[in-house]
Design a protein around this ligand. Structure first.
Ligand SMILES: CC(C)(COP(=O)(O)OP(=O)(O)OC[C@H]1O[C@@H](n2cnc3c(N)ncnc32)[C@H](O)[C@@H]1OP(=O)(O)O)[C@@H](O)C(=O)NCCC(=O)NCCS
Length: 151
């Protein structure tokens, strides 16, 4: 079992390594801006300062092996119940299919439920068939059409 906890500043270089495993094509990597660690840490400080924006990591034997972001958003519809979104879930290749992704998602789902959210949602590239089966097993249903416009 991994430990699920909030990321600290020390984890950020490792989280950035994990994010390299998130991209689908190498051209996506090439399109990314080349930021210094200092600049990434400034963004981490912004995340930390936002209430209910959680950057979580999974740690196993002292190694960070996975991560997910959870955002809980205040809302006026649905009886003023907040909604939640998860992003950037990643488990490093050699630790996949050992229940770590499930642990990360269940942590996020429990947090969202405890915060009174009426739903937790996510979007996933149509090509990620394995991830879709993973989400299905966690009770997520593909019942909406997602629309994106990249900038
Ligand atoms: C999706 C991901 C986070 C799952 O993490 P994981 O730790 O491997 O998942 P788990 O071991 O907790 O899997 C739980 C169950 O989900 C299902 N599942 C997970 N990955 C699957 C895959 N690639 N294909 C089919 N089913 C899968 C299985 O039912 C699995 O249970 P089982 O191993 O007992 O059969 C991981 O594969 C990953 O990081 N992928 C690359 C990044 C990515 O695609 N992120 C999603 C972006 S939308």
């Amino acid at each position: 079992m991994a430990i699920i906890r909030a990321a600290t500043e020390k984890d950020i270089p490792r989280v950035l390594d994990l994010y390299r495993e998130l991209v689908i094509t190498t051209s996506e990597i090439e399109q990314k801006r080349n930021l210094s660690l200092k600049e990434y840490l400034q963004v981490y400080e912004q995340i930390k300062a936002m209430p209910d924006h959680e950057l979580l990591v999974a740690e196993d034997e002292g190694e960070v092996i996975g991560s997910v972001v959870l955002l809980i958003v205040p809302n006026l519809s649905h009886g003023a119940s907040p909604w939640a979104v998860v992003e950037n879930i990643i488990v490093t290749q050699k630790h996949r299919r050992r229940g770590v992704g499930r642990q990360l998602m269940e942590y996020a789902i429990t947090r969202a439920r405890e915060a009174g959210c009426y739903e937790i949602q996510l979007s996933s590239n149509k090509r990620r068939r394995g991830a879709h089966r993973f989400y299905g097993g966690l009770g997520f249903q593909a019942e909406a059409h997602g629309f994106r416009r990249y900038f």
